[in-house]
Design a protein around this ligand. Structure first.
Ligand code: ZN
Length: 343
């Protein structure tokens, strides 16, 4: 991207209330059949327009066509029984009733490729598409077939690679893998998590990103954050190996987080999507607050590699708050961009 400090969002954005219950995760659709397909397309167009008007440079679908960033992808695969459910602890944090892996997992047909093609037709701006990461996928399932987290993650990595190649062919510029699980299972990340991620990006020519955050602003996550102490050093565990990986961009939570900014030094050389918008509060950042976070990050990231972003997805927020935050992100980036160009 030629523009200095190009802005983007980490992932999901609020859905219109005629499509799904707002401010809710796993919100059920309000439409059915053909109406639902048309409604999703309309929401995607609206969401794109909203990003463009707010001045976002690298745009996305805002995940308008999916109920959840992990579940919706898995729903499209064979080998997973959504009727057979078990309670597991997700990311060592909260109990959830999850589907069961009952046989070999496979992708029978493309999952998001048509949606990506549709988005591509609507804009000339660079587009980013998010997929769940292999480790985060296995963490939301009960596995009664492979009985090995590593083996299942590897199978998912192969499936994600098939999808990613088709997204690339559909014109996606950046494919992002969401791996909040990288902030929890450090030994596994280093043993096989990053290797699985690299399997997922094998052979891709477009840019690739990994998003590692402390989760949506839901209670289970905010309660967990309270237990993490005054300094959040989770990134330190996985950065050295990520720095050596083939991933181009690393997307991080920095705004209002207790992550010491100097940890970013450990991924020097990578492009970094710096979360400068807190998604766990309804308070809209001022452009100056955003600019401050970006200035701090600039101590550890070369200016041409800094991509201002949000901490995480914004689907649990109201549209008014999310739009305000997008505008603050652009305005804050603009302040720092001008400072850099006037140097
Ligand atoms: Zn996130």
């Amino acid at each position: 991207m030629k523009k200095l400090l190009p802005t983007s969002t980490a992932g999901s954005l609020p859905k219109p209330s005629w499509l799904a219950q707002p401010e809710t995760l796993w919100s059920p659709w309000k439409l059915q059949g053909e109406e639902l397909i048309e409604g999703k397309h309309d929401a995607l167009r609206l969401c794109l327009q909203n990003q463009l008007q707010a001045g976002i440079d690298i745009v996305s679908d805002g995940e308008q066509t999916r109920q959840h960033f992990v579940t919706t992808f898995i729903e499209h695969l064979s080998g997973v029984d959504f009727e057979k459910r078990q309670v597991v602890k997700i990311r060592d944090r909260y109990d959830a009733s999850v589907p069961t892996v009952v046989g070999e997992v496979a992708r029978q047909k493309p999952v998001f490729v048509d949606d990506a093609r549709f988005l591509r037709q609507q804009t000339q701006q660079p587009i980013k598409w998010a997929l769940p990461g292999p480790m985060t996928m296995i963490d939301t399932l009960y596995d009664s077939h492979y009985k090995s987290r590593e083996k299942l993650a590897w199978e998912f990595a192969k499936i994600l690679n098939q999808e990613a190649k088709e997204l690339e062919a559909a014109g996606v510029d950046i494919i992002q893998f969401d791996e909040p699980a990288f902030n929890v299972f450090f030994d596994e990340v280093n043993d096989w998590g990053i290797a699985a991620l690299e399997r997922a990006i094998e052979g891709l020519k477009c840019e690739t990103a990994v998003h590692i955050c402390y989760g949506y602003g839901i209670k289970a996550n905010t309660d967990w954050k309270k237990t993490l102490g005054s300094e959040w050093r989770q990134y330190e565990e996985v950065f050295p190996k990520l720095q050596k990986s083939g991933i181009d961009i690393i997307s991080l939570e920095c705004q209002n987080s207790r992550v010491p900014m100097d940890l970013i030094e450990l991924i020097r050389g990578k492009k970094v999507m710096v979360g400068a918008i807190d998604v766990a509060t309804n308070t809209i950042e001022t452009p100056e607050e955003v600019a401050n976070t970006l200035r701090k990050a600039l101590q550890f990231i070369d200016a041409d590699k800094l991509y201002p972003c949000t901490n995480c997805g914004m689907v649990p927020l109201s549209r008014r708050v999310a739009t305000g935050k997008l505008k603050a992100l652009s305005a804050g980036a603009d302040i720092v961009r001008k400072e850099l160009l006037n140097k």
